[in-house]
Structures are given as structure tokens and as C-alpha cells.
Design a protein around this ligand. Structure first.
Ligand code: HH2
Length: 257
């Protein structure tokens, strides 16, 4: 899954793709590099990010989805927490809803159920403004697994049938929590749903290695290859070509291609 941030302030690529033409060009580049899904977002979720008004988020993402739809049939995911944005994105041709709030808003679940859209349910403690203020867990892996299982059950009750789970690396977690979630990823992948891993360029890699945000590809590859070996079905990445090559080799060795 190639991450495309049509935002001025995302943590690693903010401002690069906030113009429609640049965003579409980037999406086509990621497709040429081997992405299977493009995840388009119009609101940064980096720690401390301020919420974006609905109108502005719609302005950022809908024209990009419409333009991309004219050029490619690749599955498009809309990375949003707002039901109106999800609805408009699906109408514009998106296929999947990626909600970093884990569909806590019943209106989001309603849109997914009515439109029969597949969903990514991500775990987050609090919201991006508050999530890194002293996150605490007794035992992060079982707590995140239990939360995801409960959210999935609630969504299924509302009629959502195609669910992907995501532990939400970096969302209300310390570096140690993120490392524990990666170490225990097979438990997330055993919940009974395809599992997504979003570790790309995140700060725990910087804390482990000292690497600046633009120099975290080697650490990102290590985290994502580990995740795939532990059962991740989808990795959400900024560097598609490098991941395609690494995954092709990994899957060839594993015999899973
Ligand atoms: N991470 C980010 C955004 N959306 N969605 C899922 N399902 N999982 C993730 O781990 C995830 C996500 C954060 O990365 P990015 O989009 O590059 O930055 P920003 O939120 O600053 O736009």
C-alpha cells in the first residue's frame, strides 16, 4: 500500500503532494513501482496535528481520487476519520476506508456497511493531539488485540464484512510499545482478519537508530519484512520500489508468490 499524503504538514512528505497534479503523478509513480493499493489522506495524523475542517479535507482528496480514477483502476483507499469524506471518496471511486480512529464514530461504520466497503480498523489511544502524552499499557499486545477484536465484532454486527486490522504503530505508543507490537505481530495476524502494518519512517525507527525521517528506509524495510514474516498481509509504505524489490525476494524465498 503506497501512502499518498495530500497534505501540507505530514510528518515525512508534507507539502510535496498537496497540489492535485503532483499527487496524481506520485500515485502513478507508486503504481509503476509496484504498489497494489494507493492510500490517499488529506489530514495529517502526526503527533500534535490539528484537525482539518471537513470542507478542506474534501478539497484536498476528492479531486485527486477523481483524477486518478480516470488513469488507473488500482484499488484506492481513503485515509480519513470523517464519514462525509469517506462517503464522498467512495462516490468518487475509492474502494476502501482506512480509519485511524478504528470506526469509533458510528457514522463511519454506517457508511462502510451501506456501501459494502472493505475497511482498515486501526488501533489508536486518544487522538493525534493527545496520543503521545504518556501512553501506558499493562501489556500492549493483548490490550491492542482485545480492542481490535471488540471493534471488529461491533462492525460485523453493523453489517461490515470485509475487515483488515492494524495495531496502529506510533499512535498512542512509546517506541517500546511499537517494538513489542512488532515482536508480537503474529498475535495480531491471528485475530482472523488480514493484518496491515504501518511502520514506514516512523519515529521509533529514529529512536532505535538515530536516523532522520528521510533516512529511515533501511529500518523501515527491517520492520516491514519482519511483519510480513509474522503474518502481515499489507504494508503501508512511502518507498514503494524498495519494498516491492525486498518483498519479491522475501516471498520467493518463502515460496509464497
Ligand atoms: N499511519 C499514518 C497514517 N495513516 N493508516 C493506517 N491504517 N496505519 C498507519 O500506520 C497509518 C495510517 C501516518 O503516516 P503518514 O500518513 O505518512 O503521516 P501523516 O499522518 O503525518 O500524514
Amino acid at each position: 500500500m503506497g501512502a499518498l499524503n495530500a497534505t501540507p504538514d505530514s510528518f515525512s512528505d508534507g507539502g510535496k503532494y498537496s497540489r492535485k497534479s503532483a499527487a496524481v503523478r506520485r500515485a502513478l509513480q507508486m503504481i509503476a513501482e509496484g504498489a497494489d493499493i494507493i492510500d490517499i489522506g488529506g489530514e495529517s495524523s502526526r503527533p500534535g496535528a490539528r484537525p482539518v475542517p471537513e470542507k478542506e479535507e474534501l478539497r484536498r482528496v476528492i479531486p485527486v481520487i477523481e483524477a486518478l480514477r480516470k488513469k488507473s483502476s488500482i484499488p484506492v483507499s481513503i485515509d480519513t476519520t470523517k464519514a462525509a469524506v469517506a462517503e464522498a471518496a467512495l462516490a468518487a471511486g475509492a474502494d476502501l476506508i482506512n480509519d485511524i480512529c478504528g470506526f469509533r464514530d458510528p457514522a463511519m461504520a454506517e457508511v462502510a456497511a451501506r456501501r459494502k466497503a472493505p475497511v482498515v480498523v486501526m488501533h489508536m489511544r486518544g487522538d493525534p493531539r493527545t496520543m503521545q502524552k504518556g501512553p501506558r499499557y499493562k501489556d500492549v499486545v493483548p490490550e491492542v488485540c482485545a480492542w481490535l477484536a471488540a471493534r471488529c465484532a461491533a462492525l460485523e454486527q453493523r453489517g461490515v464484512t470485509k475487515i483488515i486490522v492494524d495495531p496502529g504503530i506510533g499512535f498512542g505508543k512509546t517506541a517500546a510499545h511499537n517494538v513489542a507490537l512488532l515482536a508480537g505481530f503474529s498475535r495480531i495476524a491471528s485475530l482472523g482478519y488480514p493484518a496491515l502494518l504501518g511502520a514506514s519512517r516512523k519515529s521509533f525507527i529514529g529512536l532505535i537508530t538515530g536516523a532522520a525521517v528521510d533516512d529511515r528506509l533501511p529500518g523501515t524495510l527491517a520492520a516491514n519484512l519482519w511483519g510480513v514474516l509474522k503474518g502481515a498481509s499489507i504494508v503501508r509504505v512511502h518507498d514503494v520500489a524498495a519494498h516491492r524489490q525486498a518483498l519479491n525476494v522475501l516471498l520467493e524465498i518463502k515460496g509464497g508468490r
